[in-house]
Every structure is written in structure tokens, then in C-alpha cells.
Design a binder for this molecule. Structure first.
Ligand code: GBH
Length: 481
């Protein structure tokens, strides 16, 4: 296409007229008032151990439930595994350089529990932790703050075998011991810790739907008890981390809250969305923030309600320094007096736009309502967007570049909603884009790419996509471009 093809036949006489002020040249100039983020905002990228590291048999790493699951034929698209993934275990130094080139201020990665404790409990494997020591040092040497997640789903297989994984209370205890051990050794340099990534995903998808490891289909009391042990494990870990960490360490979590957004913003719909927020997250963030399960949840569960003690609830609701939320999509709701909690879910039409990941409905409003609910309902003083991003078909063009304009459009519209939140004073301190690079997308294998760097899995070559160029500009200007 030649440049002339870009010449519009339409004239805009008003733009040239002296009676009007000239239009800004760039979106960023169109007024920082509309586009920019608070000073010191932490722009980052995120990954998770099993999705990027590979090196599954190196330096004494134990088996995780994802090794077992991905090696079971039929569980993962094309029977893909994380055996090699992005080979980040060996390439972490050049991956840090990718981040440096973007200008990110923070990197959210996860620690593979079975590298540190190959059996989940018992003797530690110092060589496993050494990898994270090297990674953290490399990040700091390049001016990037490390943000560590202690559990992003790669549970040691041994805990699954002995205790049924999170079905057993023993796993919650083992998690706390592991968390304390790591905190003692990393918090001289790592100042932000997320205990667990996405209770609402690994429990529901792994233990209820059977689509993720360990591939179980629990119901009733067993499922509710598993949910309870997940939040209990979080609370025990918060206490263990506080006991072991250097002063100044901040602890939180990274939850994929279900985000009810008012289908349009009337006071009644907004109030309904706030009620829905508590109930739709009752088993996870709500009990963590409030120290009790909602009456509605317990009533619905009836005889299947989880068994717990008042002490459990205290542990689960141990105070946090910040709340991290992973934000992908929203659920639209409206006020409805005929519903017992005064709110109804508005159904989605088949035509509702979504990314190649079928579940990823494009709903930028989630990035406004998610943090706003967390701040308003629970008074969170610090919020991080611990993930946000989208999949795209991502085919390299003739020049080798990936022109992922869909991802750029997605990111810009979501960030516009996040900007609305920060402008209103919602205390969002940072944003971690999922993901730094394409990686093992769980049961989808390598099909759905979420990276802003394209990974050629045959050569492990990383190439910045157009979205990486976009993000670099956002970071440079601390503003939406
Ligand atoms: C995040 O989950 C994860 O933290 C991250 O590891 C992942 O790569 C990223 O998003 C992109 O997916 O197959 O029907 O059971 C986002 C929330 C929860 C969305 C689980 C997909 C599975 C749907 N995810 N869900 S289903």
C-alpha cells in the first residue's frame, strides 16, 4: 500500500481555522489529564514458572502435578507439555534484557515449589532456590523490581499423592512451611510477595471441572473443603512469611476475582454490582477480606458447607499489605428486586466479542470495576493489577513482525478504564501485563499466545510484537498512547 492511499478525500476545514485551537498531535498530548497515570506507577510484565521455565529435570526439581497432567494423553491440546516451554530457566538473562528494552519497572514471576522442596515438604533442595537467587540478582542489576508469586499451580506431585493435594489440610500447612523458607532467603531483595495465584481458577478448573491438573471432578463438601484449604493455605503462608521475612516485605495475593460490572451505571445497578462482588467471590477474596463466609454462600452450600473453626477464619483473614487482581473479563449485572440478593446476571449474546481464548470476552470495564470494588468494599490501600492481557492469532507477517493490532486495541481500551480508576483515586500502584512472551497456556498448550514477544518454539527466538512497541511507549510516557 502506497502512502497516497492514506490521503483522505475528505477535508476538515474546521481544523485549520484560526478560531479553534489546534488539535494535539498525539494522544498523550491530548492532555495528560485524560491519559496519564500517577507518578511512580509500576509498569511490569508477568509470567509463571511452569509456563516458561522448562528444565523440568534439572538441578533436583521434583515432579509437579502439571508434569503428570500434561504427560497424560488427551489432557492438553496436542499433548503439549511444559518440558521445554520457553527454556527461560536457561535464557533468563536475555529475557531480562527484553524487559529492560521495554523499560518495565517490575517483573512478576512465580517460584516452582517442587524446585525448592522436591517432595513438597521434607528436605529442601538449595539448588532449586538458587535459580531464583540468580534471577532476582539479574533483575535488580537491571533496575527491575522482583515481584514473586509463591504458588502458580505447579503443586509437588508428592503432596497430591499423599494428601490429595489441596483436598488435604496437610497441603495448606506444607505450603506455609515452604513459603516461610523462601521468604527467609529472598526478602533481602524481594519486597513484594504474592502467596497464591488465582484460587478461583486452580480450584475450580483443576478440582471441579477436571480441565487443569490434577484433573478431578469434585462436588459438594469435598469441593467446598478444597476451596477452604486453599484460602487457609494462603493465610498460613501470610503468617509464615511475616515471621520469616526481612522488615519492609509486603505480602498479598493475586486473585482472578469474578468482576460484576453494572450493565449501565445507574445507582441501583452499581449497588447491585457491589452486592454481587461479595457473593460471587464468597469462597475466596471475600472470606479473605472479611474473615467470614457470606450468609448466602453458607445457606446455598447447606450440609455441604466447609468444616472450619473460628481460628481458621482468623488465619485466612490475616491482614494483607496489598491486593493483587488478575483482570480479563467482566460479568454484566443489573439490579433485580425479585432476586434474593437483589441482582441478576445479564446474559451474553453469542455475538459478544471475545479473544481466541473462548472465555476471554472483551470487557474493558473490568479494569475499572475490579479495582474499584476492592477499594470500596474492603478499603484496600494498595492494589496491583497482577495480570491483564489477551490472546491473538499472532501470525508473523512477511517482514517477520507480528502486527497484533487486536491486542493493542484491547490493551488500550482496558488501560483507559484503569486510568479512570486511578483518576478517581482508586489506589492502583502497578500493572503487570500478561505476558512478557508467549508460553505454555495450560490445557490450551501452545495454541493461544498471550505474549507481547512472539516465541518461535523451534528456535526459542523472541521477537517483539507491535504490542511490545505500544507498551514501551506507554511506559516511557506513563500514559496511554
Ligand atoms: C490466568 O488465568 C493465569 O493466571 C495465567 O497462568 C494464564 O496464562 C492467563 O490467565 C491466560 O489464560 O478451560 O473452561 O475451564 C486467567 C483466568 C481461569 C481463564 C481458567 C481460563 C479456564 C477456562 N483463567 N479459565 S476452562
Amino acid at each position: 500500500m502506497g502512502a497516497t492511499a492514506l490521503t483522505s478525500a475528505v477535508e476538515f476545514p474546521a481544523l485549520g481555522s484560526k478560531s479553534r485551537s489546534p488539535l494535539p498531535q498525539t494522544a498523550a498530548e491530548s492532555g495528560d489529564a485524560l491519559r496519564s497515570f500517577p507518578p511512580g506507577f509500576i509498569w511490569g510484565t508477568a509470567t509463571a514458572s511452569y509456563q516458561v521455565e522448562g528444565a523440568v529435570n534439572e538441578d533436583g526439581r521434583g515432579l509437579s502435578i502439571w508434569d503428570t497432567f500434561s504427560h497424560t494423553p488427551g489432557k492438553v491440546n496436542s499433548n503439549a507439555t511444559g518440558d521445554v516451554a520457553d527454556d527461560h530457566y536457561h535464557r533468563y538473562k536475555s529475557d531480562v534484557q527484553l524487559m529492560k528494552a521495554l523499560g518495565v519497572k517490575g517483573y512478576r514471576f512465580s517460584i516452582a515449589w517442587p524446585r525448592v522442596f522436591p517432595n513438597g515438604d521434607g528436605p529442601p533442595n538449595p539448588k532449586g532456590l538458587d535459580f531464583y537467587n540468580r534471577l532476582v540478582d539479574e533483575l535488580l542489576a537491571n533496575g527491575i523490581q522482583p515481584f514473586a508469586t509463591f504458588y502458580h499451580w505447579d503443586l509437588p506431585q508428592s503432596l497430591q499423592d499423599r494428601f490429595g493435594g489441596w483436598e488435604g489440610r496437610e497441603t495448606s500447612k506444607a505450603f506455609a512451611d515452604y513459603a516461610g523458607y523462601v521468604a527467609a532467603r529472598l526478602t533481602d531483595r524481594v519486597k513484594h510477595i504474592f502467596t497464591i495465584n488465582e484460587f478461583g481458577a486452580f480450584v475450580e478448573v483443576g478440582y471441579r471441572w477436571g480441565v487443569h491438573a490434577p484433573g478431578l471432578k469434585l462436588t459438594g463438601l469435598r469441593l467446598n473443603q478444597t476451596r477452604h484449604h486453599a484460602v487457609l493455605g494462603h493465610g498460613l503462608a501470610v503468617q509464615a512469611i511475616r515471621a520469616a521475612a526481612k522488615p519492609g516485605t509486603k505480602v498479598g495475593l493475586a486473585e482472578n476475582i469474578t468482576i460484576p460490572a453494572p450493565v449501565f451505571e445507574t445507582p441501583a445497578n452499581i449497588a447491585a454490582a457491589e452486592r454481587a462482588m461479595r457473593e460471587m467471590n464468597a469462597q475466596y477474596l471475600t472470606v479473605i477480606q472479611e474473615g467470614k463466609y457470606t450468609d448466602w454462600y453458607l445457606k446455598q452450600a447447606g450440609a455441604d458447607a466447609p468444616k472450619f473453626t473460628p481460628e481458621d477464619l482468623k488465619i485466612i483473614s490475616s491482614p494483607l499489605d496489598f491486593v493483587g487482581i488478575n483482570v480479563y473479563t467482566a460479568e454484566f449485572v443489573r439490579a433485580d428486586e425479585s432476586s434474593p440478593i437483589g441482582v441478576t446476571l445479564v446474559p451474553r449474546p453469542k455475538s459478544f466479542p471475545h479473544a481466541p481464548s473462548f472465555w476471554l470476552y472483551v470487557s474493558p470495564e473490568a479494569l475499572y470495576w475490579g479495582p474499584r470494588h476492592v477499594a470500596k468494599l474492603w478499603g484496600a490501600k494498595e492494589i496491583y493489577i497482577t495480570e491483564n492481557g489477551c490472546s491473538s492469532s499472532d501470525e508473523p507477517a512477511g517482514d517477520g513482525k507480528v502486527y497484533d493490532t487486536d491486542r493493542v486495541t484491547y490493551l488500550r481500551s482496558y488501560l483507559t478504564q484503569l486510568r479512570r480508576a486511578t483518576a478517581e483515586g482508586v489506589p492502583v500502584r502497578g500493572y503487570f501485563l500478561w505476558s512478557l512472551m508467549d508460553n505454555f497456556e495450560w490445557a490450551d498448550g501452545y495454541t493461544n499466545r498471550f505474549g507481547i514477544h512472539y516465541v518461535d518454539y523451534a528456535t526459542q527466538k523472541r521477537t517483539p510484537k507491535l504490542s511490545a512497541d505500544f507498551y514501551r511507549e506507554v511506559i516511557k510516557r506513563n500514559a496511554i498512547v
